[in-house]
Design a binder for this molecule. Structure first.
Ligand code: FE2
Length: 383
């Protein structure tokens, strides 16, 4: 009978382990990965509470990035110095620890209990390591119903921790790559804008305005990020336009204007050579169609209405507004208020009405002080 029970609990452990790894590997978003790791661990081992600690990039601080249990909100974001407390020791040595009477342990950083109000009695702390590289530690506090954690609990926690560390590692790499990609796109846009002193910062501003419009329109975070990157690259095709035309101070001949128009097609072509191909689709479409106009008078294809992709309609408005409101060799640039009036005047003829309304709404709400709006946004949203 006991053997059967043992077998049952072993099967249960294995199922949970498999479920956990399946779920963890299918999910790359860092915050969710961490929450998911912790919850699985707490449930499987049967702890009252748990905390997931991650070592920061320069390996100096250990931060509580996920917490479960009665005092979770107070524990979250607590920082320990490298080497501090039992967590610090486990991260330093890479060795799991099972402690039956925490209060009597000399390494115990009781300031965590003090600031959270939680009373820790027994605890398991296991390192999260990939190929010998410790990324953090997982702490499970107070065994439910009975007094102490068992050796079996610790081996289960170690098994789960190995799976979880891999998921954490993948997710950290994924975030790193995303950040790297964005900074490369930004640099590319900056280099492009720097060719002409009058367009310095243009791509960055267009991307910012586009993002604000998208948020106002209620697009989800993923779409907002995609749009932001696409907007940064909208004029990438100008790389293929000779300086003599691009920086010509006076009016353009018909031929020169035809050459400038080509930046849309050239941009789409450049971007369609980048990998992964399907991830580039929003940027390709935006580069190609950001000069299309709602009434079909735009270029390169004379698309009209909803045939123009939404991202291109948004970037088209942001682009026109920035062109109107920044100084050029031939004009001083309109004020933000007059720029908004111009967008409204061309609402539903050149520009998408909803997009214009969203942007004009933002401008009116901040009393045409976009610097102030940016400061408010900065606090609530990071990209
Ligand atoms: Fe353009």
């Amino acid at each position: 009978m006991t053997q059967l029970k043992d077998l049952e609990s072993k099967v249960q452990e294995l199922v949970t382990l498999l479920e956990a790894s399946k779920q963890l590997n299918s999910n790359l978003e860092m915050g969710e990965v961490l929450e998911s790791i912790l919850l699985q661990m707490v449930q499987v081992v049967g702890a009252e509470a748990g905390t997931l600690w991650v070592l920061n990039k320069d390996r100096q601080k250990i931060k509580a990035v996920a917490a479960y249990g009665a005092s979770a909100s107070k524990i979250l974001n607590i920082e320990l110095a490298m080497g501090e407390g039992i967590v610090g020791k486990v991260i330093g040595t890479g060795e799991a620890q099972l402690i039956e009477n925490v209060a009597a342990n000399p390494d115990w950083a009781n300031r965590v209990d003090h600031s959270s109000g939680f009373v820790t009695e027994s605890m398991i702390t296991v390192p999260l390591a990939v190929k010998g590289n410790v990324l953090g530690a997982l702490q499970l506090l107070n065994k439910k119903d009975i007094a102490f954690f068992s050796e079996q609990d610790i081996s289960l926690a170690v098994a789960l921790a190995n799976q979880s560390a891999l998921a954490l590692h993948n997710s950290q790499m994924y975030d790193e790559l995303q950040r790297m990609l964005l900074s490369m796109i930004r640099t590319l846009a900056k280099v492009l804008d720097a060719r002409d002193p009058y367009t310095a910062g243009h791509s960055e501003r267009v991307a910012k305005y586009s993002l604000w419009i998208a948020q106002k329109l209620g697009l989800d975070t993923h779409d907002c990020e995609e749009l932001y990157k696409a907007a940064l690259l909208h004029d990438i095709g100008k790389i293929g336009i000779p300086d003599a035309i691009l920086r010509k101070p006076g009016g353009l001949t018909g031929e020169e204007f035809a050459a400038i128009k080509q930046h849309t097609v050239i941009g789409a072509d450049i971007l369609s050579n980048m990998e992964p191909k399907d991830a580039m689709v929003p940027a390709i479409r935006t580069a190609l169609s950001h000069h299309e106009r709602l009434d079909g008078t735009g270029y390169p294809h004379g698309l009209a209405g909803a045939d123009i992709p939404l991202f291109a309609r948004i970037v088209g408005v942001a682009d026109a507004f920035d062109a109107m409101t920044t100084a050029r060799s031939y004009s001083k640039g309109l004020s933000f208020r007059l720029g908004a009036e111009e967008l409204i005047r061309c609402r539903e003829t050149l520009f998408d009405g909803q997009v214009v309304d969203a942007f004009a709404g933002i401008l009116a709400d901040c009393d045409y002080r976009l610097g102030q709006y940016e400061e408010q946004q900065g606090r609530g949203y990071k990209l």
